[in-house]
Ligand binder design. Structure first.
Ligand SMILES: Cc1cc2nc3c(=O)[nH]c(=O)nc-3n(C[C@H](O)[C@H](O)[C@H](O)COP(=O)(O)OP(=O)(O)OC[C@H]3O[C@@H](n4cnc5c(N)ncnc54)[C@H](O)[C@@H]3O)c2cc1C
Length: 503
């Protein structure tokens, strides 16, 4: 007798979706009838290795934050993706001795740079250790700024002029803001006061080096996708509506097939016993914005998501982080340095546009490369995504000039546009003030809640499972979090069918 295999549809071919599919397939290729539905024209999602000016670059995920125990590192090593065949982005690791230049072009004096850098490092250590002082927070921003004020008060020295409109305190502010802007890049929070300080102590990295992947992050993705039978991954298929069965009858109409039906952009339908949704938190947020979100081409749910899940999606933060690469024209000036930028708090060089003023650095993608990289967050990222390339290049020239690099000529640029891309609507998640790590757990909870075990007759269990970086309590915002979340949801199904504990 041929028995029908349970049908599992995974929405999204990012690392969470592909990790889930890989785990389901490799556990037993005959256990499930599997498909991966991806709206975009490529796999990888927020992992996207590309080329620019003859260099390999990463438009999205770039770093493995700690190698020891990290599954992304283990895969990259196993498939020899860490080999150095040609230079690659961030091959020098995090620069150990960048130069910090103040707006106007002077290198920031070590006597100011060092104490502020030490202060910032000790504050980050405090957050990591969880040993926060009583009354700290609720936002990360106020915690950091109060510490700067305390540092100044303890010094009890008058504010001295450094010439022009720079004083010692203005320079300290500028260096401190540069550090905060690095943190904004790491977390995606536009305003650090919107980041929950207490929850930040739950975020974890693996021990070991921070490295990038020599042959490109996308190699990890290609490896995960390599073993599926042809047709498993379906590109260019956008899910518009998720119809599911919230109870055993009554409130929601029982679908003819399913119990879950995915209605796609072209009105075709994929029915499944289980759907693993891996779309970004930005896409989930947009799905809540209007009852009929799908009339705008966004993802919709019928019935709508229950309030516990909607509230968690609303409360958590999801910001925009973008990368901008620029190619320098060849010239006589020699290597571009690893340059951190300390912008004057009141603006000093009028020509530098506002949208450049919170980028922490401009540096080569590796020592000696003519391709430079700078990062944008929040409002500045949104503005940069909207601008023409010519306007971006003139803003870059004003900035380079304002930092003493006036002889450098930018030939062309390329940039990411994660915020305005409807398939992502942002870059990664953070725990906002008013939410907590528990909200990440709530997003991860399968629907219907309690499944058939909640006494509501026969709502089939495990219809909608949720994976993706915003569903991992300690590794949210990262590739490792997304990977682990995919494995978690695959294991949930495997355990349900094989009645074994696979963790
Ligand atoms: C600029 C940037 C830098 C980063 N740097 C790092 C880093 O250095 N290290 C690190 O660990 N992480 C980094 N990250 C984060 C990391 O890239 C993500 O956390 C991770 O890739 C998310 O994977 P995911 O599978 O959860 O989601 P995604 O990659 O977003 O996958 C979801 C997929 O769903 C698809 N989709 C969306 N809507 C629909 C729909 N309606 N129907 C069908 N498919 C749909 C999307 O096209 C996408 O392919 C960075 C991210 C960005 C943007």
């Amino acid at each position: 007798m041929v028995t029908k295999k349970p049908r599992v549809a995974i929405v999204g071919a990012g690392i969470a979706g592909l990790a889930a599919a890989h785990r389901l397939h490799t556990t037993n290729p005959d256990l499930f009838d599997l498909c991966v539905i991806e709206a975009g024209d490529r796999i990888g999602g927020r992992i996207h290795t590309s080329e620019f000016a003859g260099e390999r670059i990463e438009m999205g995920a770039t770093w493995i934050h700690g190698t020891r125990g990290c599954p992304i590192y283990d895969i990259a090593e196993k498939i020899n993706a860490l080999d150095h065949l040609r230079p690659y982005e961030s091959m020098d690791g995090l620069p150990t001795d960048p130069i910090t230049v103040a707006e106007g072009g002077a290198v920031v004096d070590f006597s100011i740079l060092k104490p502020i850098s030490d202060l910032y490092t000790s504050l980050m250590d405090t957050v990591e250790s969880g040993a926060l002082p009583a009354g700290a927070g609720p936002g990360v921003g106020s915690f950091l700024r109060r510490a700067l004020e305390t540092f100044r008060a303890s010094r009890q020295a008058p504010d001295l002029s450094l010439g022009g409109d720079w004083t010692v305190e203005a320079m300290e502010d500028a260096v401190f803001a540069m550090k905060e802007n690095v943190f904004r890049v790491h977390t995606s929070a536009d305003d650090l006061d919107d980041m929950d300080l207490a929850s930040e102590t739950e975020y974890r990295e693996f021990p070991g080096e921070h490295i990038s992947i020599a042959k490109g992050y996308s190699r990890v993705i290609e490896h995960l996708a390599a073993e599926f039978p042809p047709g498993t991954i379906q590109l260019g298929r956008k899910v518009r509506l998720v119809e599911w069965c919230s109870d055993g009858g009554g409130a929601s109409p029982a679908p003819k097939e399913g119990p879950v039906r995915l209605v796609l952009d072209d009105r075709s339908v994929v029915s499944a016993d289980h759907v693993i949704l891996t779309v970004s938190l930005g896409v989930l947020k947009a799905s809540l914005e209007e009852e009929d979100a799908n009339s705008k081409g966004w993802l919709g749910f019928n019935p709508g998501l229950p309030s516990f899940k909607r509230d968690a999606i609303e409360r958590l933060g999801f910001g925009v982080v973008d990368k901008l690469f620029m190619e320098l024209a060849s010239g006589e000036e020699g290597e571009f340095p690893y340059m951190e930028m300390a912008f004057h708090p009141g603006g000093h060089v009028a020509k530098i546009p506002w949208w450049m003023r919170r980028s922490p650095s401009i540096w080569p993608i590796y020592g000696g490369s003519r391709v430079l990289l700078t990062w944008f967050v929040g409002k500045e990222a949104a503005e940069m995504e909207r601008m023409t390339e010519d306007d971006i290049i003139s803003g870059l020239h004003a900035t380079l000039e304002g930092f003493g690099a006036h002889t450098r000529v930018v030939k062309r640029v390329t940039r990411s546009t994660w915020g305005s891309d409807p398939l992502f609507m942002g870059s990664y998640s953070y725990v906002a003030v008013g939410s907590s790590g528990h909200d990440l757990d709530l997003i991860a909870e399968p629907l219907p809640r309690g499944g058939a075990h909640d006494g509501t007759a026969a709502a089939p269990p495990l219809q909608l499972l949720f994976a993706g970086e915003a569903t991992h309590r300690t590794y949210y915002s990262t590739t490792r979090g997304a990977y682990f979340s995919g494995i978690r949801e695959a294991n949930r199904l495997i355990e349900a069918y094989l009645n074994v504990d696979v963790n």
